[in-house]
Write a protein that binds this ligand. Structure first.
Ligand code: DC
Length: 221
């Protein structure tokens, strides 16, 4: 049997990481680990407290949160303390506070420990911001997936419109730019492309083309 690789895919919001990582995992028979969903889960539980969102409030939910990602038939179910939040973590409200959540040390320490445990056995694709730079610096394959801000905003807009949200393209572009800035400039584990990651710019590429390139990179190992 071929070696069970550990594949790290990092990149900014809306680059298409989860879509292509999920498809590539299915093709390889690997488990897909959506690390952004884990930070979104903390954000969701924070909003459930119905109190003003402060760092203290966010940190206060960390000790009691149990995040579980169940991956089956190419689909991830996200459970927070046993509750299925797969849809609830994708709202604009959660997206709006998730960068603040992901910047906090207690949050990151707990999530990173979980991610390392999930990746232990190999045969996994993780997507996130700091997988190659911090979570799994010895990953077999490192890919930095990106696209222009305009292309990323348009993808998110199409996605949210299909779900019935009424946001303008401009609002989404501003949201993405603000998240890029927060994710790249934060003190702890900022989004960076490590030197040994393969840069994959998906602007103008189809999902199938991106997946094929990822599979080609994996098969070279
Ligand atoms: O990929 P996403 O949009 O679902 O990620 C949600 C947020 O979580 C994003 O603003 C950055 C953060 N994140 C992170 O800091 N580290 C990761 N490994 C994954 C996501």
């Amino acid at each position: 049997m071929a070696k069970q690789l550990v594949v790290a895919i990092d990149g900014p919001a809306g680059a298409g990481k989860s879509t292509v990582a999920q498809l590539a995992a299915k093709e390889l028979g690997y488990t897909y680990i959506d690390t952004g969903a884990m930070y979104r889960s903390v954000a969701w539980l924070t909003l459930q407290q119905h109190q003003p969102v402060t760092d203290e409030l966010i940190n206060s939910v960390v000790p009691d949160i149990d995040v579980d990602l169940q991956y089956a038939d190419g689909k991830t179910t996200v459970l927070v303390n046993g509750e299925d939040v797969s849809t609830a973590i994708r709202t604009p409200e959660v997206s709006h506070i998730v960068s603040q959540v992901a910047a906090l040390a207690p949050v990151r320490e707990k999530m990173v420990a979980l991610q390392r445990k999930m990746a232990e056995r190999g045969g996994v694709i993780l997507d996130g911001r700091d997988i190659a730079s911090h979570v799994l610096p010895n990953a077999d394959v490192k890919i930095y997936l990106t696209a222009s801000v305009e292309a990323r905003a348009r993808r998110r807009w199409t996605e949210l419109k299909a779900k019935g949200y009424d946001m303008t393209l401009k609002e989404l572009q501003q949201d993405i730019e603000a998240r890029d800035k927060a994710d790249m400039e934060r003190e702890i584990s900022p989004l960076v492309k490590v030197d040994d990651a393969t840069l994959l710019d998906t602007t103008g590429l189809t999902i199938e083309q991106v997946v094929r390139r990822i599979l080609d990179i994996c098969r070279r190992h």
